[in-house]
Write a protein that binds this ligand. Structure first.
Ligand code: ASP
Length: 373
């Protein structure tokens, strides 16, 4: 189905003056309601989250683990949905959900962050406002309880987009962001993964089996989008390695003209493909968000106005799948969550499963784990 439909307004027999007015209205982006019947009402909101993708199969999960993961995802989904349902901003919804996921040790972000090779924790996070394309990110922080809050502070209270390491931590102190002792991030499960990795000379993919990065994307009732991502990175990372999560355009991207994306996966590949930006750019270049495009012919006073109509979810899904296939082709794996300006909440992953959830003002509310969930 064509995502850029032409709306033909035939005005045969009408006086030219009316045709002209119609064109001007269309150009101003205020196409009469009838021309945009396919679009949902303006009060619509939409929300999606993830808690990482990977080798996640029913056989490997106990019923208790399955239930606990679903409960944690549901709590985060509900927190973001509540913000949006009450008319809050996409940025606040993203932050609310990620805060909970960072505090939940089951996910590789905040409290449950994986270990570096040296046995410490280095956390990365980013957030982006699709309305303004303002963004903030932190990389390699060791004592910030909720890196997503610090990433947002970088955006709102510094002239920069990304701060790293000690400088980011100094900035956090200045901004009154909660500092915790590095031991706050110590968990038995993650320590055991590092030890197993070292003992058996495994790669981080072998020990982790799944990526536990968390992320959220939101569309609020004002039509603004936001995306955020937070992670502990990959087990056994060394030399100050930074993955895709704090890199705007790789792990996180939001642009009201196209989409909001948060990613999880083997960060090096997501950086090389520029996954989040690549998906949004492909959507935007479909003519998406370009607004009404004049397409006039003056024969017999006929006026035709081409209007950018909502992208059908199939097209957005196809684009996301193609970009993920590109990641796979290079040798990487993982997944993304995606929102379109119309509120389509989509997932794409080339792994067996992905912890995920989505909710919309239309009543969708679901969490899932496995590929065939
Ligand atoms: N993308 C993250 C990284 O490479 C890992 C993850 O998704 O869990 O740091």
């Amino acid at each position: 189905m064509d995502n850029f439909a032409c709306y033909h307004s035939r005005m045969r027999g009408f006086i030219t003056r009316f045709a002209l007015v119609f064109s001007v209205v269309a150009l101003a982006g205020q196409v009469p309601a009838t021309a945009r019947d396919a679009e949902p009402a303006g009060t619509r909101w939409s929300f999606a989250i993830h808690g990482g993708a990977g080798t996640i199969s029913r056989e490997d999960m106990t019923p208790e683990e399955d239930a606990a993961h679903r409960a944690a995802l549901q709590a985060a989904l509900d927190a973001g949905s509540k913000v949006l349902d009450e008319g809050g901003t996409a940025m606040d919804a993203v932050e609310a959900a990620i805060l909970l996921l960072e505090d939940e040790p089951r996910f590789n972000a905040g409290r449950g962050a994986v270990y570096t090779w040296e046995g410490s924790h280095e956390l990365d996070a980013s957030i982006m406002d699709g309305a303004t394309r303002d963004a903030g990110a932190v990389a390699g922080v060791t004592n910030i309880r909720n890196p997503i809050l610090l990433a947002r502070k970088v955006m709102t209270d510094s002239p920069h987009v990304m701060l790293a390491g000690k400088g980011a931590e100094d900035f956090a102190v200045e901004q009154g962001i909660e500092i915790v002792p590095p031991s706050y991030f110590d968990t038995e499960r993650r320590r055991e993964a590092l030890e197993r990795m070292k003992a058996r000379q495994l790669s981080s993919l072998d020990v982790d089996l799944k990526f536990g990065t968390v992320g959220a994307v939101a569309l609020d009732t004002a039509g603004n989008m936001a995306a955020g991502t937070s992670t502990g990175g990959m087990t056994g990372k060394r030399w100050g390695r930074v993955g895709d999560a704090p890199i705007i355009g790789a792990g996180t991207f939001a642009d009201n003209r196209s989409c909001a994306v948060s990613a999880t996966g083997w960060g090096e590949y997501f950086i090389r493909v520029g996954v989040a930006h690549e998906i949004c750019a492909r959507l935007r270049l479909q003519g998406y968000g370009a607004g009404p495009v004049p397409h006039t012919s003056s024969e017999d006073g006929e006026v035709m106005v081409a209007v950018a109509l909502p992208l059908v979810s199939e097209v957005a899904q196809k684009i996301a799948d193609e970009v993920m296939a590109d990641v796979k082709q290079l040798g990487g794996d993982g997944g993304i969550i995606l929102l379109t300006p119309e509120g389509h909440a989509l997932f794409s992953f080339n792994t067996a499963g992905m912890y995920r959830g989505r909710a919309t003002s239309d009543g969708v509310n679901e969490v899932a784990i496995y590929g065939n969930d």
